[in-house]
Design a protein around this ligand. Sequence first.
Ligand SMILES: *[C@@H]1O[C@H](CO)[C@@H](O)[C@H](O)[C@H]1NC(C)=O
Ligand SMILES: *[C@@H]1O[C@H](CO)[C@@H](O)[C@H](O)[C@H]1NC(C)=O
Ligand SMILES: *[C@@H]1O[C@H](CO)[C@@H](O)[C@H](O)[C@H]1NC(C)=O
Ligand SMILES: *[C@@H]1O[C@H](CO)[C@@H](O)[C@H](O)[C@H]1NC(C)=O
Ligand SMILES: *[C@@H]1O[C@H](CO)[C@@H](O)[C@H](O)[C@H]1NC(C)=O
Length: 482
Amino acid sequence: MFCRWVIVIMMMSDILVWNYVEGLGVNWGTQATHPLKADTIVEMLKDNGIGKVKLFDADDETMSALGGSGIEVMVGIPNNQLLEMSNYDRALQWVRKNITRYNFKSGGVNIKYVAVGNEPFLKSYNNSFLNVTFPALQNIQNALNELGLGDSIKATVPSNADIYGYPDPNNAVPSSGIFRPDLSNLMTQIVQFLNKNNAPFTVNIYPFLSLYENDNFPFDYAFFDGVTNPLNDNGILYTNVFDANFDTLVSALKSIGFGNMEILVGEVGWPTDGNKNANIQNALRFYNGLLPKLSSNKGTPKRNGYIEVYLFGLIDEDAKAIAPGNFERHWGIFSFDGKPKFPMHVSSKNGENKLLVGAKNVHYLDPKWCMFNPNSNNLSKLDDNINYACTYADCTPLGDGSSCNDLDANGKASYAFNMYYQVQNQNDLACDFEGLAMITTNNISTSTCDFIIQINPSSSSSLLPSFVVFLFVGVVTYLNMC
Ligand SMILES: *[C@@H]1O[C@H](CO)[C@@H](O)[C@H](O)[C@H]1NC(C)=O
Ligand SMILES: *[C@@H]1O[C@H](CO)[C@@H](O)[C@H](O)[C@H]1NC(C)=O
Ligand SMILES: *[C@@H]1O[C@H](CO)[C@@H](O)[C@H](O)[C@H]1NC(C)=O
Ligand SMILES: *[C@@H]1O[C@H](CO)[C@@H](O)[C@H](O)[C@H]1NC(C)=O
Ligand SMILES: *[C@@H]1O[C@H](CO)[C@@H](O)[C@H](O)[C@H]1NC(C)=O
């Protein structure tokens, strides 16, 4: 036992020493039932020395909160707006409203990129955005250029790795990378346009998904601590899929004449729940490999040097669609309420390495939970009620291999009921479930399964301090007057 602790402490000191990455970014998604206030998140980013964020839209509260922070921002245009943006005047209007308005020196937002769409060429979108993405990209960059912003703000299209691959699947080595044949002409046009505007290519790389999608995928190859059988690409040995994936893109770009194009990694990360491989240990193993690798600025075999990377993601999003998998709601390095999930640090402040610090001034609902009433005697409606709760609240931790899967049947019912009750802001009516549920003030969490208390949606993190200041000023004024 003692030895295990020594090892844990040694591992933690490794984290302390090596994980500082200069210029690391994070993805800030906001698909949550109870999102933290944008101001709270911006303070948290600053406290952690995170200097870059990537957004999925141009929400006004988010942009306003980022104003004056100095944080570099990639603003996003969602896929469902790409069709509109294939009209130039509409794109110009978007840029005026969502870029120009915030783009001023003192107190403005430090906008560096516009992400035009998000993985629009994903195979599962059935080519829905095939004909609108390039026109939208051109219009947004041309509008930026027309408004005199083109030198400092670049439009790019974050793509998923499924846009490239290998001509011969039996020889899937990075040096043979090409763009998917059905996208080859389009990608050539896009890359030429990016190159003309000195804009980067943005790619999202997901070793977790390689593992999730293929049971035969060599487990260790998803991480960074070595494999027994490296991939041999004409003498270059690949020991992790991140490098192999990145270098496949380098080859694909080279195959169309742009082997030196700048590449940003728009998303990379590891989820912590919702799948047998999505847990804290694996996430920690992944980040404990990725972050030192990035901070060493070694790059990949084909591209040495610094890689600009945005982790996915900043914070859990309990309202994200789970069509791709239950893990979708658990990508955060922080949980829904801004608590760090594990000890790691993404930056150093004043030259001193610090572990992640949580959000401040988070106000919760009361400490009370909804649970299955053990005195219920007619259980015929139990399944219907659990299904109802899980339709409107996040029950993904109950699934196979997930954090609450070990609960017994009553515990699972309680978990579902509580999630619904919390999403409904602890409304008494939301803890009835046809008499099957009851409210409790005992924390019914277990060692692995957290029965959460939601964030209080009505508490304003900015109102309270100003009210206190107001009181304070009032008291001081009163004392001075006397
Ligand atoms: C600005 O961005 C917001 C959020 O993404 C979007 O809803 C809105 O339509 C955009 N404004 C214009 C004028 O396009
Ligand atoms: C794509 O096509 C498949 C099969 O036809 C369908 O199930 C799916 O809903 C489609 N997806 C989208 C985004 O249209
Ligand atoms: C895209 O445009 C091509 C050529 O005009 C057309 O054949 C194709 O059907 C379009 N695809 C979609 C999904 O609209
Ligand atoms: C249980 O409840 C259902 C629906 O309310 C009812 O139809 C059924 O008769 C009840 N069973 C018993 C044993 O009371
Ligand atoms: C409930 O207990 C869990 C596990 O001990 C703990 O992590 C959590 O903070 C507790 N919640 C509250 C609201 O006290």
